[in-house]
Design a protein around this ligand. Structure first.
Ligand SMILES: Cc1cc2nc3c(=O)[nH]c(=O)nc-3n(C[C@H](O)[C@H](O)[C@H](O)COP(=O)(O)OP(=O)(O)OC[C@H]3O[C@@H](n4cnc5c(N)ncnc54)[C@H](O)[C@@H]3O)c2cc1C
Length: 351
């Protein structure tokens, strides 16, 4: 169900300190909507190699024991057959993961106490959490008996929209990842897109170029996030190491998510964040101009899928946010959501 005890990160073994006993974890993997469909096109590309990303935890490269094991093959999954949506994963198991992510690795920062760098990890994770909640709300199992799927606007409002910070963090994470993608434009343009189907490969390459050099996007958002401002002070290198270690912990926690499909998307999106961090903070920075960017195929896949998930979330907030607010507050009109979105932009521009 969850990962074996010996694979739990140390911090995860500590007694649960918010009133939920750790032995109350029910297996959530049996639910059909939580299972991963492993059907693959027979022509699909297989056979990538993996090297270490300093921002993420990889079984194959970070675990000495498993490195010697020969059967550590990657699993190939068709993401289009496994959309990120409601899975029924809830209760103590899910709560325990989020709690471990926040309480140990990126605690909520009280007002101005933490420096910019320390706030970033919290904002990124919170933004990802908002996005996951929005995808659950956007594709929700409304009636199990009739297998009726649809929007759950109440859930979107109660988990995300009513907390302005969560909306702001969603925007922040989107812009952070967008900046990473545009910064790596030269690399991503040249990367090999091998799906095993030449027509699909050409299409992918063309779509990537359209994304990377989109004039509207460049005009609207010339510098989505300015990473050059970070790691400047005396504590810069030490802070970077600390945050890198915390992010690695978060990445390891994803192996412990007790629902297969949630684990698939959780791991993929955290790898996407790790890839964005790797691009923004280890390449062509002032101290690292000698480095050239090298990404693994799965990092490119994770990065682009994460950007897609985040942008779909923002689109859903734009399209349905006002309706969700109306439903929940009766009298509130779209003005509040608009002002929330404006505040989000303003605070991001300041960052
Ligand atoms: C990695 C991962 C992936 C998941 N993927 C899926 C999925 O694909 N489908 C699915 O149905 N379920 C998924 N889940 C479960 C889902 O995220 C919720 O945990 C579950 O629906 C129960 O929700 P909840 O209302 O208890 O609040 P949760 O979303 O579990 O939140 C727990 C607590 O975190 C805080 N919090 C919530 N949102 C934010 C935010 N944006 N920023 C800061 N703090 C916040 C709040 O204090 C909240 O009480 C996933 C869980 C994890 C850990």
């Amino acid at each position: 169900c969850e990962c074996p005890e010996n694979e739990f990160p140390e911090l995860f073994k500590k007694p649960y300190h918010h009133g939920l006993p750790s032995d109350d974890l029910k297996c959530q993997e049996g639910k059909p909507q939580a299972a991963v469909d492993r059907t693959l096109d027979s022509k699909a590309f297989r056979g990538w190699t993996e090297t270490d990303n300093p921002w993420t935890y990889d079984d194959e490269t970070d675990n000495c024991e498993s490195e010697s094991v020969l059967d550590t093959e990657m699993t190939y999954v068709n993401l289009q057959l496994n959309p990120e949506r409601y899975t029924g994963y809830t209760g103590p198991s899910a709560r325990r993961i989020w709690d471990a992510v926040y309480s140990e690795n990126c605690p909520k920062y009280p007002a101005e106490e933490l420096c910019q760098e320390e706030k970033i990890l919290y904002k990124l994770i919170s933004g990802l959490h908002s996005s996951i909640s929005i995808h659950i709300a956007s594709d929700y199992l409304l009636d199990e008996a009739t297998n009726l799927w649809g929007h759950n606007l109440d859930l979107m409002y109660n988990r995300v929209l009513r907390y302005p910070n969560r909306v702001q963090n969603l925007y922040f994470t989107f812009l952070f990842v967008l900046r990473a993608v545009t910064k790596a434009a030269d690399y991503l343009e040249q990367a090999e897109y091998d799906t095993g189907n030449p027509t699909e490969d050409l299409k992918t390459h063309s779509l990537m170029r359209q994304l990377l050099y989109n004039p509207k996007l460049q005009a609207a958002c010339p510098l989505p996030f300015d990473e050059a401002k970070l790691w400047k002070g005396q504590r810069g290198p030490e802070l970077k190491q600390k945050i890198q270690a915390q992010f690695k912990n978060i990445s390891a926690l994803m192996d412990c998510v007790g629902c297969e499909k949630c684990r698939l998307w959780g791991k993929l999106q955290v790898l996407g964040l790790g890839t964005a961090l790797k691009i923004l903070f280890s390449v062509n920075g002032e101290d690292h101009s000698h480095q050239t960017l090298e990404l693994q195929r799965n990092e490119v896949i994770a990065l682009i899928n994460l950007l897609n998930r985040l942008s779909e979330s923002i689109k859903f907030v734009h399209e349905m946010g006002a309706a969700a607010e109306k439903l929940n507050e009766g009298t509130v009109t779209s003005t509040r959501l608009n002002s929330l979105v404006q505040q989000a932009w303003a605070s991001i521009v300041k960052t």
